[in-house]
Every structure is written in structure tokens, then in C-alpha cells.
Design a protein around this ligand. Structure first.
Ligand code: ADP
Ligand code: MG
Length: 584
């Protein structure tokens, strides 16, 4: 039979559009809160019931919708926001005129609104696409949008919803992101009668503190940078604050909260030396981009962007975070509080003094025994407290040939993981050489040949130019073999085969589109690993002292390349607590 083409009914079109715009309650919440922000609201209240599937109510004190416009607002592609239809300059969060008709097509939607000058409020109701009369109703200035029975009109879509708990979490996240984007607007969020937050209009820092948690917020490092008209402001966590999820990451571009792959990747790259795989940095970043340099009309939900200069944006983010993190070790640097916690909660350790405890107590016992611990007689200089410009203190001895024990100027005990610390220092030194031009290469008198599976050899050889910049010169040597002509001089005498295998693995692991600089960075970290004081090597006092002083002078020395702390501190207050000299 010959197919017949016919136009879809408006309701059907809206239901199809709703599939893109309103895929779950969180999306409806986001669209309605964006409308309230666009209306210039100073205060927004969000009430959710049953994860937003049963009911969503948004109350704002914005400009309102006039009686005559109420029904129009429910029509597809009807918007008050696109003055200029070139889609270049879009100062509002909405502009597509799709949210209200989409919600109205799949749920029961009631709008009650009263602009400031109008003598009473009016109400309009739409259910499954059928729009009712506009009638007078009680209501104060502003707009109330009530969504009930989401997807009742599209049961197929309803089946894809997760549990009310999961939907509630997603909806709460959406409000959380918008509240971070608009700190000057008061926000109240209630979910199943629980007040999730109730925030006054506040400045950005206070808003981040309220939504990230006060303790986290106090550890954040501010940053600010500019590049070709794009500005970046924000707060980022030190590596030690990393988390198992991306839950404490917020990106705002031109006032719009976004979940943008490029920004996420840039953040990950900025931390790749200090936050281990599978962990995620904490960050609240705000970008301001000239209108013509960003396209927000890429995705119906408007959460993804297209930047005209993606590389520029990435460099800006990576560079600014790198500088924020690159602060030399100081007494109040990040690992201070966290590792002390791990002392107390070490497996088998007891919080009570006097009881036989494993963990730190065991290390103390070992101090007296040979050869796992060696204490030096105090040199004249260390008799008093260490000088204040030496926050890591004076070395007292070495434990298990692995840890350096030192006393800080404020009396805190410091334990340094010699391998982790040295690895970080080597990496920073290599990076310095690299940034200054080229890493010094040491030609090999007798070139080394290393065998690989053919594919891997080819991959390494394709990076030969990159590796040459790192002082590592290689060339093909028959199928599956690589000839090594020179190695980075700073590595002294590394095992060439191990080094190359390690690099091959690194290149295989990294995602395809990694930029050259990111690959170089990764390679630097691997190189550093190959020349570090092994745990288990005995150190002279001078070596320990040199290591501590170099750590103090080196940016980012507080964590090793894998994100683990390089040193732990146990303060006097913590010691007193552990010995019961102070209340818990
Ligand atoms: P868009 O936001 O893309 O314009 P919507 O479908 O979300 O499309 O909204 C349609 C129109 O309804 C808006 O352009 C705006 O004029 C009006 N509107 C919606 N919500 C509100 C609100 N809370 N306060 C004032 N006006 C609103
Ligand atoms: Mg809208």
C-alpha cells in the first residue's frame, strides 16, 4: 500500500519534543527554575513530592506572565526571550519556547501568575496537551508552576523512570547546580517535606560554602585567569580533597550551569598528576565567554556547549588550576588534617592511651630496634626547634628504611614517605627542564634494543618525536623491536626496557584525543617513577635533610604523582588528644 504523508498533531509534536527536553523530573525542575531566573526572581522555592514524578511546584517572585500571555506561553516556540533571532547573543537561560508546551504535553501543568501591575492573578491549566480557559485565581505577585503526574500521558516514558529516590536526587542536583550559578537569588528546596536547603541571597563564596559544605569550602583555593576575552574564576580543591564521584564539581558558563565534556576533561587533565584515576577533584568554576565564541544551542537541554576555541578554553582551565595548586608546602597545606585522622583510625589502633595499640605505637617500638629504625643523636642545630622557614622540620631518623621522621618547628611530628616524595621532586625537576626547552639527553654508548609486540612498537614509534623532547631517542629496529639511542640524563641509569614498556602502557591507556601536552605530562610522571629513591633504601641525615628542604621549595610536593600524600603530620594537639591529655 502506498504510504500517505500527513502532518503530526500539535500534541504529538510536543510529546516528541518532550522526549528530548523533559526526559525526567530533574529536567522539568531545571526548565521551570530557569524560567524563574529569566523572570528576574529574587527568591525561588522548589517543592518536590515523590521525586518530582508525583508533583513539582516552583514559586518565584519574578516579573510574572500577563493574563493575555498565559495561554500563549503554553504554545510551542512561543517565547518572550529571543529579541534577536540570530541566536548569537542569548542573555537568558531559556530561548527555545519548548519547556512549557513539552511539560504540558506529558503531564498536568498549572500556571498561576500575576505581574506586579495586574490587579489579580490568573490561572491556566493544561493536561496531556489540552489547554483550558484562563481564569482569575488567588495569587501574589510572581509565578507558580505546578506539575503533577509527570508522564501520565506517555506511559512508555514513565517506564524509564528510576525510583522516586533516584529521581529526587537528580532533581535536587539540578537545583543545586542552578543555586550555585545564581548565588544572588535566594533558594529554598524542599523534597518530600524535608528542607534540603534554604539559602538567602549571598555572594559566591558563601553559596559555595553552603552547597559544598563549610569544611570543604575552607580548604578551597581561589583562582582567576583570562585569555583572549575568556575569563575564568572559581575555587578548586587541593588534591587531598578528591572524591569518589564528580558530585562536587560545578561549571557555570555565562551564568548557565553546564555539564560539559570539554570542561570535565580539562579539569581531569589539570589534576591528572595529583588525583589518582577513579577519584575526582572538587571545583566550582565560572567562565565568561564572549557570545560569539560559544554556541549554547547544541543540545535541547542546553547543558552542553560548543566553544569556538576549545583548545584555548582547555589551556585556560588547566593552566589556572595548575597555578592554583602550585603552592609550596606550608604548615597549613592540605594533608595536615586528613592523615592525622588516618593515624587514629589505623587498623588495630586504639584511641585510648595505655592500651596496647598497633599502628603508630608499633612504629614507635620499632624505633628502638635495629636495623629497621635508626635515630641520629641530635646535632647541635636540631636541639632547638627547626627554623620556621623549614615547615617539614629537622630529620630525627629513618623508620623501616622507608619513612623519614622529623619534628616541625611547631612541635608536630612529620613522617615523610621517601619514595613518594622523591618521585614528585624528580617529576617536578624533569618538568622544569622540559618547560625550559628540552630535557637533557644522555646518549648511550651501546644502544639498547627492546622487543615489543608489533602493534605496541608501532605505537611507541609514532610517539618518537614526543619522546625525543623528553630526552628519549628511539628508532625502529626491524619488526617489533626498538633501538634506544639516548635516555633522559636526570634519570641516571634507568632500565631502558622497563622504561619503554611503561611508556607504551601509558600511551595505550590514555584516551585517543589527548593533546600532546597531556601525553607529555603523563610520560613525565612515568619517567619520574623510574628514578626515585626506592622505599627500603637507607639514607644519610644529609640526604634526608636535602629531601625535606627540596620538598619545601617544590610546588605540589604534598602529594605524589599518584595523588597519595607524601607526608603526614601529627600535631601537638592531636598527640595530646591521643594520650588523653585533652577531651575528645
Ligand atoms: P522559553 O523559556 O524558552 O522562552 P518556556 O516554554 O520555558 O520557553 O516559556 C515560555 C514563556 O513563558 C517564556 O518565554 C516566558 O515569557 C514565560 N514564562 C515561563 N515561565 C515564567 C515565569 N516563571 N515567570 C515569567 N514568565 C514566564
Ligand atoms: Mg524556559
Amino acid at each position: 500500500m502506498q504510504p500517505v504523508i500527513r502532518r503530526l498533531a500539535e500534541t504529538t509534536i510536543n510529546r516528541i519534543a518532550a522526549g528530548e527536553v523533559i526526559e525526567r523530573p530533574a529536567a522539568a525542575v531545571k526548565e521551570l527554575v530557569e524560567n524563574a531566573l529569566d523572570a528576574g526572581a529574587r527568591r525561588i522555592e522548589v517543592l518536590l513530592a515523590g521525586g518530582g514524578i508525583a508533583r513539582i511546584e516552583i514559586i518565584d517572585d519574578g516579573c510574572g506572565i500577563t493574563r493575555d500571555d498565559l495561554a500563549l506561553a503554553l504554545e510551542r516556540h512561543a517565547t518572550s526571550k529571543l529579541a534577536d533571532e540570530t541566536l548569537i547573543s542569548i542573555p537568558t537561560l531559556g530561548f527555545r519556547g519548548e519547556a512549557l508546551p513539552s511539560i504540558g504535553a506529558v503531564a498536568r501543568l498549572t500556571l498561576i501568575s500575576r505581574p506586579a501591575g495586574q490587579d489579580c492573578a490568573y490561572r491556566v491549566h493544561v493536561a496531556g496537551g489540552a489547554v483550558g480557559e484562563t481564569v482569575p485565581a488567588p495569587g501574589i505577585a510572581g509565578t507558580r508552576a505546578i506539575v503533577e503526574d509527570l508522564f501520565y500521558a506517555t506511559p512508555a516514558r514513565r517506564k524509564f523512570l528510576r525510583t522516586p529516590r533516584a529521581e529526587a536526587e537528580a532533581a535536587e542536583r539540578a537545583v543545586w547546580r542552578l543555586a550555585l550559578a545564581a548565588p544572588h537569588v535566594a533558594f529554598r528546596l524542599v523534597s518530600d517535606e524535608r528542607v534540603m536547603f534554604d539559602l538567602p541571597a549571598q555572594d559566591e563564596l558563601a553559596r559555595v560554602a553552603a552547597l559544598f559544605g563549610r569544611e570543604t569550602a575552607t580548604a578551597l583555593l581561589p583562582l582567576e585567569a583570562e585569555r583572549e576575552g575568556v575569563t575564568l574564576r572559581g575555587l578548586v580543591g587541593p588534591a587531598s580533597l578528591s572524591r569518589a564521584t564528580m558530585g562536587l564539581q560545578s561549571f557555570v558558563v555565562n551564568g548557565r550551569p553546564v555539564i560539559d565534556p570539554l570542561l570535565r576533561l580539562s579539569l581531569r587533565l589539570a589534576y591528572r598528576d595529583v588525583v589518582p584515576a577513579g577519584r575526582h577533584a572538587v571545583a566550582a568554576l565560572r567562565l565568561t565567554v564572549p557570545d560569539e565564541a560559544v554556541d549554547v544551542n547544541v543540545h535541547p537541554a542546553k547543558t552542553e556547549l560548543r566553544f569556538a576555541d576549545a583548545n584555548g578554553v582547555r589551556s585556560l582551565v588547566i593552566g589556572a588550576i595548575g597555578r592554583a595548586l602550585a603552592r609550596p608546602v606550608s604548615l597549613d597545606s592540605a594533608p595536615v588534617a586528613m592523615p592525622a585522622q588516618s593515624f587514629r583510625t589505623a587498623p588495630g589502633a586504639s584511641a585510648y592511651p595505655g592500651t596496647r595499640a598497633r599502628g603508630f605505637a608499633e612504629a614507635e617500638l620499632a624505633l628502638a630496634a635495629q636495623p629497621s629504625a635508626r635515630a641520629f643523636p641530635p646535632p647541635p642545630a636540631a636541639a632547638g626547634p627547626a627554623p620556621h622557614d623549614h615547615p617539614l622540620g629537622a630529620p630525627l631518623g629513618q623508620i623501616l628504611d622507608t619513612y623519614i621522621l622529623a619534628v616541625a618547628p611547631d612541635g608536630a611530628l612529620v613522617l615523610v614517605d621517601q619514595h613518594a616524595a622523591h618521585e614528585r621532586l624528580t617529576e617536578e625537576r624533569l618538568r622544569g627542564e622540559f618547560l625550559a626547552g628540552r630535557i637533557a639527553a644522555q646518549p648511550l654508548l651501546v644502544p639498547v634494543v627492546v622487543d615489543f609486540p608489533p602493534g605496541e612498537a608501532a605505537r611507541l614509534l609514532s610517539e618518537a618525536a614526543t619522546l625525543a623532547r623528553l630526552g628519549l631517542e628511539i628508532e625502529a629496529f626491524g619488526p617489533g623491536a626498538i633501538l634506544v639511542r639516548s635516555l633522559p640524563a636526570a634519570l641516571k641509569n634507568p632500565d631502558a626496557a622497563g622504561l619503554l614498556r611503561d611508556l607504551a602502557e601509558e600511551f595505550a591507556e590514555s584516551e585517543a584525543p589527548l593533546a600532546l601536552e597531556a601525553r607529555l605530562d603523563a610520560a613525565l610522571a612515568r619517567l619520574a617513577c623510574h628514578r626515585s629513591i626506592r622505599a627500603g633504601r637507607r639514607l644519610q641525615r644529609e640526604e634526608m635533610d636535602a629531601l625535606l628542604r627540596e620538598m619545601e621549595a617544590t610546588p605540589r610536593a604534598a602529594t605524589c604523582s599518584h595523588g597519595r600524600p607524601t607526608f603526614l603530620r601529627l600535631t601537638r594537639a592531636e598527640l595530646e588528644k591521643m594520650f588523653g591529655r585533652r577531651g575528645f
